[in-house]
Design a protein around this ligand. Structure first.
Ligand code: SAM
Ligand code: SF4
Length: 354
């Protein structure tokens, strides 16, 4: 089964008219209908990117949202103020490539000043991080995750369709120097591409305090064919790493963290395994996603969305938006349907931010 095709042009949405939804109490954090506390918003600042990773975007046929469709800075800050009022405490800036967003430093400064927002992280390919790290840290960014799928410059260029590994290392070094800690590095492992590097990637944690996270490739629109044959399960990765380093030591699990964490005995860094496909973590899900075009995407691997942009452009106040966000939290599905063969079809990972 495959759903490879260019990004969908029109997305069916739930448009929630503020007057038609129940009134939610505003004096407590948002719990979804399964009792999960939802306090983490992943914000796609743009669907554009300066790389074209094979597991994220198709080689041809990408369509990007026209600029007027993206939330403006004012609209974005309105959403975050409303989300903070609804109990969201942690933000992650992602994309596309978040460092391509104009006024990123000013945006972060404004986000960090919003009462209730306690923590801001960013996931980046780091191509622009060398020059930006210091200003981002000073503006209030707390930490970064950097994607790095290979230690071989040629393979890295192939997997990212053009990325420069040297620039990425320079970005990681800059982030380290300015204290964007703890630094986490992400690799999506694709069979036949970079699965032969798993031990070398894990070995980085024996020399650095970083957390290295291995991510199972997910079947998002545009790359589902790759995911079909390319998934290397976390169990297989752990077995390969243990064959080299000996048994891994489990490392304090944070229930809100999708990564199952381990340590190579004696290593200063940690290993994380994110197994959305073979061992989902839906029971402890604490997150919602905001797309660059202003939709709340309720589960990464499902198509359900609630349109905030339309509400805002129809005059919704911050209180209205808070109520819509609280309502969207109630609509959040329990989990994804991959085991039943239900694949997301409407958006690619570069629109959703991982
Ligand atoms: N451009 C930034 C980056 O690459 O770090 C942020 C956006 S990217 C979409 C966010 C995360 O999603 C990255 O860690 C990336 O490796 C991951 N990702 C992209 N496509 C994926 C897929 N099909 N399955 C699993 N993870 C994926
Ligand atoms: Fe760009 Fe990140 Fe997607 Fe790679 S994973 S194409 S860097 S958005």
């Amino acid at each position: 089964m495959t759903n490879d095709r260019p990004m969908a042009g029109s997305i069916p949405l739930t448009f929630v008219e503020p007057r038609t939804i129940p009134t939610y109490a505003t004096d407590h954090p948002a719990l979804d209908s399964f009792g999960r506390r939802i306090d983490y918003m992943r914000i796609s600042l743009t669907d554009r990117c300066n790389m074209r990773c094979v597991y994220c975007m198709p080689a041809v046929g990408m369509q990007f949202a026209p600029r007027p469709e993206l939330l403006t800075n004012d609209e974005l800050l309105l959403v975050i103020r409303a989300a903070a009022a609804a109990g969201f405490r942690k933000l992650r800036l992602t994309g596309g490539e978040p460092t391509l967003r104009q006024d990123l430093v000013e945006l972060i400064r404004a986000m960090k000043a919003i009462p209730g927002i306690e923590h801001i992280a960013m996931t980046t390919n780091a191509l622009r991080l060398r020059r930006q790290a210091k200003a981002l840290k000073e503006a209030g960014l707390d930490r970064v995750n950097v994607s790095i799928d290979s230690l071989d410059p040629l393979k890295f260029r192939q997997m990212t369709r053009g990325g420069n590994l040297e620039e990425v290392w320079a970005g990681i070094t800059a982030a380290d120097e300015v204290g964007l800690h703890p630094i986490k590095l992400n690799a999506v492992i694709v069979r036949g591409m970079n699965d032969d590097e798993v031990v070398a990637l894990a070995e980085l944690t024996t020399r650095h305090r970083w957390e290295f996270r291995f991510i199972e490739v997910m079947p998002l629109t545009g790359v589902a064919g790759l995911a079909e044959d390319g998934v290397v399960s976390s169990a297989e990765l752990i077995a390969r790493i243990e064959a080299h380093f000996g048994p891994l030591l489990p490392y304090g699990q944070d229930p809100a963290d999708p990564a199952r964490r381990y340590r190579i005995p004696g290593a200063p860094g940690k290993l994380g395994f994110i197994s959305a496909v073979t061992d989902p973590f839906c029971a402890t899900c604490n997150r919602m996603r905001l797309t660059a075009d202003g939709r709340l995407h309720l589960c990464l691997l499902r198509d359900d969305e609630v349109d905030l942009r339309a509400a805002i452009r129809n005059g919704a106040s911050q209180d209205d938006v808070e109520q819509i966000i609280r309502h969207a939290v109630q609509l959040k599905p329990w989990g994804h349907g991959l085991p039943e063969g239900i694949l997301p079809t409407l958006r690619g990972m570069s629109e959703l931010g991982g």
